[in-house]
Design a protein. Sequence first.
Length: 168
Amino acid sequence: MSDFSPLSIFKSQAKQHGRQHDMKLSAAQESLARQAGFEEYHELVVVAQRTPTDARLMLAAFGVRDFKDAIHEDDVFSELDQELEQALSRAMAETNTSQFSISDSKVESAAYNEATGALTLGISIPYERQQDPERVYYGRAFFLQAVTELIRRDGKWSLGKDGFFHHQ
């Protein structure tokens, strides 16, 4: 089992919970398992081994029921918006407009690597601005297929060190 498996993350959270509340590890594990919707810690362990994407386990370990939802957690979306603005600044300058924003993005795929703790998301991103009526011949939108890597550390999701990769 890797350090980034749902069960390992849960165990780490239980250790921290036990220290914070002056509890034995077994009591912390039982308490957090019940909070997550399991009858007992043993059930959580069995589910983690058989169905590591069980919604209760996902919520307890990763804060989301589905990895595709991680993009909307913590400050990830605003981090992604900043990365896009920086990466597309030259292209945006050619449109002779500013204040672009992400609209109606859709996460197409999600793959979690238990060995590294990295979540790779494939995203369709419309990055657009209102059309300037004085410049109707200038572009106002970029439609991107991108891959971004997220990591979860200390209970929070954030963009990985490489930000995002633009496909098209």
